[in-house]
Write a protein that binds this ligand. Sequence first.
Ligand SMILES: O=C(CO)[C@H](O)[C@H](O)COP(=O)(O)O
Ligand SMILES: [Fe+2]
Length: 227
Amino acid sequence: MAQINPSILSADFSRLAEEAKAVEGADWLHVDVMDNHFVPNLTLGTPVVESLARATDIPLDCHLMIEEPDRWAPQYVEAGAGSVTFHVEAAAAPVRLAREIRAKGARASMALKPATPVEPYEDLLPELDMLLIMTVEPGFGGQAFLDIMLPKIRRTRELIAKHGLELWLQVDGGVSATTIERCAEAGADVFVAGSAVYGTDDPAAAVRMLRNQADEATGSAAWACGH
Ligand SMILES: O=C(CO)[C@H](O)[C@H](O)COP(=O)(O)O
Ligand SMILES: [Fe+2]
């Protein structure tokens, strides 16, 4: 079944606990950490992650858009994240970092910006629990989905099948009722949605609708035969 991870980047930051409750039934809560260096935006850090982890039973999926993830990512596991994603463009030693995140008890995930190809990282995939393919340039919510990323999603799904991996394939950026089916058909199975969830009157219903759409599209997709 498809997993839907609402992004609190599009929530009201003054009411984060309530906003987390508003998406009950979501698989993970996606927490975008931005440092004003790796991306031109600044959001939150470990104190807010610690508070959120206490405020909700939904596991936290922390997407670190920061410089020096080798130095900071382990602290997000200690703060309560169940999954920690670092950007390969910023990591000095991605294999060591993925192993450290796993050793500390969280799922290890690596993100690729739109211009970063997946092929150079084929041999690293067994070290990861999830690969995140950005479908917008990271930094802001509410941007238009980049269709040109669909071939990369397809190629990544083929690599996962070729190596028989359990790796989850996440897409993030511009995922909505009009784009989620294309992502699912291409091979994504974890979907981050910010504005498409928090921009509606009923965020929990939006999560359910997106999941249904993704499941239907996956059901008719060639890559999912026997999945
Ligand atoms: O990582 C991100 C931006 O860098 C966000 O997770 C993403 O943009 C979610 O927002 P939306 O669904 O509105 O595009
Ligand atoms: Fe994100």
